[in-house]
Design a binder for this molecule. Structure first.
Ligand code: IYR
Length: 222
């Protein structure tokens, strides 16, 4: 067997300390404005913007470079409606019985409920699927490593890319999410990771008045 092949690190860009300080501060200020949105406009953004944001997500690191993700984008109103109906059915069970009171109390500041109108209003519902294992054309299985972690990282890149492009997102987690495989026609080796709702925020969109932990609260330097 021949060994691994390497090429020069061509894409790396070096910055001076001043440039780096500015870039880090600018990026923090940009991403710090991101808010999870539940009120969407029905205006449809440019498809090429979404394509580039998905390409950005696909550049995420992954276990053994297996790239164990699939992004299924739904824009068809009839399919969005089916997703809303199925999600709300699950959510009603969650909000009126399955969720322990402690969980409902934790969600209270967010003002969420089983009603999910954004699943029909927003232009794009992106089903994010984790390929638990790969499939070769002959049907043999390829083992995937750290698939969940990899998909989580790719999802973070996608959310960041969409925000950077000027779009809003909502990480929606109807539970259980198996119905997404059926509606989005995904194979059994894929497991729904989350449903990312994306589009322009509604003009009168509001967000909960909640804060973020400070750097000191969530980090330590040893
Ligand atoms: N999946 C439900 C409940 C929910 C759970 C968490 I954790 C949230 O941060 C928000 C909502 C829903 O989407 O309403």
């Amino acid at each position: 067997m021949s060994g691994p092949e390497f090429v020069p690190l061509a894409g790396y860009t070096a910055y001076s300390d001043d440039e780096m300080r500015g870039r880090a501060a600018d990026f923090y200020s940009e991403i710090g404005r991101r808010r999870t949105v539940r009120d969407f406009s029905d205006r449809v953004p440019l498809r090429e913007v979404l394509d580039d944001c998905l390409r950005a997500a696909g550049s995420a690191p992954s276990g053994a470079n297996m790239q164990p993700w699939h992004f299924a984008v739904v824009g068809d109103p009839a399919v969005k409606r089916r997703i809303r109906i199925a999600a709300e059915e699950k959510e009603r069970e969650f909000y009126s019985g399955r969720a322990p009171q402690e969980w409902l109390d934790a969600l209270e500041p967010l003002g969420t409920s089983a009603e999910k109108p954004f699943l029909e209003t927003a232009p794009w519902l992106i089903g994010i699927f984790e390929e638990s294992y790969g499939l070769l054309p002959d049907g043999r299985r390829v083992k995937h490593y750290y698939a969940r972690e990899s998909v989580g990282i790719a999802t973070g890149v996608l959310i960041t890319a969409l925000h950077h492009a000027g779009l809003a997102t909502l990480t929606h987690t109807p539970s259980p999410m198996g119905f997404l495989n059926e509606i989005m026609e995904r194979p059994p080796n894929e497991r729904a990771f989350l449903l990312l709702v994306a589009g322009y925020p509604a003009e009168d969109a509001t967000v909960p008045d909640i804060g973020r932990k400070s750097l000191e609260e969530f980090s330590s330097f040893i």
